[in-house]
Each structure stands twice: as C-alpha cells, then as structure tokens.
Write a protein that binds this ligand. Structure first.
Ligand SMILES: Nc1nc2c(c(=O)[nH]1)N[C@H]1C(S)=C(S)[C@@H](COP(=O)(O)O)O[C@H]1N2
Ligand SMILES: [Mo]
Length: 364
C-alpha cells in the first residue's frame, strides 16, 4: 500500500494504553485492528477497530434513549431501565462496509482500510423488538429511524442519521447493547447504548443512540440516500453511478483473512501454520481452503461455533520448502458462495472480499 502512513498509536484517556491500533485518522478516530489479531474468536476490545464520522460525543452514562414516532406510547429508557427486559449476548462480527477499500482498483475515495476495519465481539443487551413492543409500534411503520448524540463539525455537514427496515429491527438478533466482551461499552464503541445488527455492515450499528422512531419511510439525508449504497448491477471499474441505480448495503459477503504468517515474516519450516478467520453475513462457513504458491487447495480445520454473521478461526499446518512463499485463503459459505479471487469494483469501495494472500519466508 505505497505511500500509506500507518503508525502505531497509544490513545490517551481510553483503554488503548497498552495495545496498538493502526491510525487511519485521529480526528475523528479511524483506527484499524492489526491483522495479526485475526487469529482468535474474540477480538480484544483494546485493539478493536474504531470508526466514526465526527468523533464521539461527551461520555454520558446517564444519556437517555427515547422511542417515539409511530408508537402508541413514547417511552424513555436509561441504561438501568433496560434491566426489566430479557438480557442476551450475541457473538457477532462488526465489519465496516469500507473494509478492504484500499484494495479496490482503481482507487476510490474514503478511509483507506486494508483488512483492519473488522472484529468479532460478544455483545450484550436487550432485543430492539422488546423495546419497540414496550412502546407499541402502530400500523404503517416500515422503518425505524435512528439518531445519535454525535454531531457534525458544522451545521452544513449532514448528521449521521440512519434507518433500519422494520423486519431487520424486529429480528431477534438485533440488539440495543450496553456491553462488549463482558465489559460496559467504551465511549469509542458507542457508550452508553449502541445498536448491534449481526450480519449487516457496521454503518447500521448506530453508536451513542438517543432516539428510535418507527416511521413509514426510510430516513432522508446523505448517509441513507447517497452513502452506503452499492450499484444494483455490476458497473465498469471507475464509472460513476447515480443514486437511483443503487441499493443500500446490508449483509456482508463471505470473506477470510490470514493472521499468520504475517506479511513479510519469517517462519521455521517445521512450524508453518496458516491461521485466520472466515465469516459471512448471509450464511455459516462451510469450508476454508488454503494453498501455498500455486499448489493444491487444502481444507483447513475450523474452530468456534458456525453461523451467519459470526466468524470461525481456521488453522492448517503444512510443510513448505525453504524460500519465499505465498499463502492464500478462500472461504465458501453454506449455500455455495465462494470468495472471488478479485471482487467487483464499486464507486465507494465496499465489501472487498477477494482471496487474501501473504508473502513470507520459510527458513531452512
Ligand atoms: N452515531 C454513530 N454511529 C456509528 C458511526 C458514526 O459515525 N456515528 N459509524 C458507523 C460505522 S460506519 C461503523 S463501521 C461502526 C464502527 O463501530 P466501532 O467504532 O465500534 O468499531 O459504527 C457505526 N455507528
Ligand atoms: Mo463503517
């Protein structure tokens, strides 16, 4: 990634003191997880990527969430008020739609994420559907409009207003979460309350929630009508696509990333093991295959529970002769979709899911 300056940084005042994220932007925070952490089922919160458009609002644990709009009775909840609902924990991948953007050719504008805008965590909270039930959604509501406490730097910049189709809002895995990996949400990750939408790209996972409003229509505004959309049909690389020829991004496609060997690393011949993660927003992982150079594909062992929207660790030990080698991976989901060697280009560079490869040296 020629010319891209990625520096390790310790972020003062948050939980990052010991650990290192890759800084794509400090203000607002756009911090990527180093690829070598993708060797485990749970990404530590301290190295979990951070993406925000405007930076976080003030930390206010007492901030309230209001459910209003097309409801019988508007309700207001603080975090503590949620204890009357059933608590549940869901392990799910959070991945930015722009993860892998830097790998699209020709280059597209936006944060130049390589692989680090993803992570898997255990999210704990209550079902959004339970909160909507408490307010009593009235007929005609087809979307929920979502608002948050972070504000654009100046009034001319559109706010991060989003909406979620009602069917997805009512899905039993859609949570209003207050814990991540067993600890209260940190400010960077949306404290006190954020949305968790397993299988769907990160832009749906609204942080710093303040208001949820059932409504007949999708919300207006840049981040719904212009941003986070994909061409309906494949387009020629480099072309521009009018919004009316696009659809919103929802589920992320099947993907896998190698954590080890690391790019440019050296591995003793007897300890060669290819390790990484594989996942899909639409199905469970059926199979992960790895290969060295142009050798045959070999099926890797999978660890962890299988399911849509959650990742499994893959692992494969093999022998390779000394010298410079390239390892590649591709995953297949149940239902049959396999990662393409090179994914389709799109104007915002979303959902890059090509075969990941790393070049490394096998020591003699
Ligand atoms: N309020 C608010 N929520 C937000 C965002 C934002 O800018 N503001 N960014 C979204 C995007 S694009 C992503 S990828 C995820 C990132 O979540 P994380 O920072 O916890 O990793 O948050 C989403 N929720
Ligand atoms: Mo994102």
């Amino acid at each position: 990634m020629g010319g891209m300056a990625l520096a390790g940084a310790a972020i003062p005042g948050d939980v990052y003191a010991e650990e290192r994220l890759l800084v794509h932007g400090a203000n607002p925070q756009n911090l990527a997880t180093p690829t070598e952490y993708f060797d485990r089922l749970e990404t530590p919160t301290s190295v979990f990527f951070v993406r925000s458009h405007f930076g976080p609002p003030a930390l206010k644990r007492e901030r309230k969430l209001e459910i209003a709009g097309l409801v019988k009775k508007p309700v207001v909840f603080g975090v503590d008020d949620l204890s009357r609902f059933t608590e549940l924990s869901v392990t799910a991948v959070l991945q930015c739609a722009g993860n892998g953007r830097a790998l699209h050719e020709p280059r597209v504008p936006g944060v130049q994420w390589v692989h680090g805008a993803m992570g898997q965590a255990m999210w704990t909270g209550v079902r959004l559907s339970d909160l909507l039930d408490a307010a009593g959604v009235t007929t005609g509501a087809a979307h929920v409009r979502l608002r948050a406490a972070d504000l654009p730097p100046k009034p001319a910049v559109p706010a991060f207003d989003r909406s979620l189709p009602m069917a997805r809002a009512l899905d039993p895995t859609t949570l209003v979460a207050y814990r991540m990996n067993g600890k209260p949400l940190s400010l960077s990750h949306g404290a006190p309350l954020r949305l968790v939408v397993p299988g769907w790209a990160g832009n749906h996972w609204m942080k710093w929630l303040t208001r949820i409003e059932p409504h007949a229509e999708e919300i207006d505004g840049f981040f719904m009508k212009k941003g986070y959309r994909l061409p309906k049909d494949p387009v020629a690389p480099g072309s521009s696509v009018p919004p009316e020829a696009t659809v919103p991004v929802t589920t992320f496609p099947v993907k896998s990333v190698i954590a080890r060997p690391v790019e440019g690393g050296t591995v003793p011949a007897r300890a060669l093991e290819i390790v990484g993660v594989a996942f899909s927003g639409t199905g469970a992982i059926a199979r992960v295959e790895v290969r060295i150079d142009d050798g045959p594909w070999a099926e890797a062992k999978l660890e962890g529970a299988a399911g849509p929207g959650r990742w499994q660790v893959f692992r494969h030990r093999l022998d390779a002769s000394p010298g410079q080698r390239r390892a590649a991976v591709r995953a297949t989901e149940t239902g049959g979709a396999t990662q393409p060697e090179k994914p389709a280009w799109n104007p915002s560079g979303y959902f890059w899911n090509g075969w990941h490869s790393v070049t490394f040296t096998v020591a003699s």
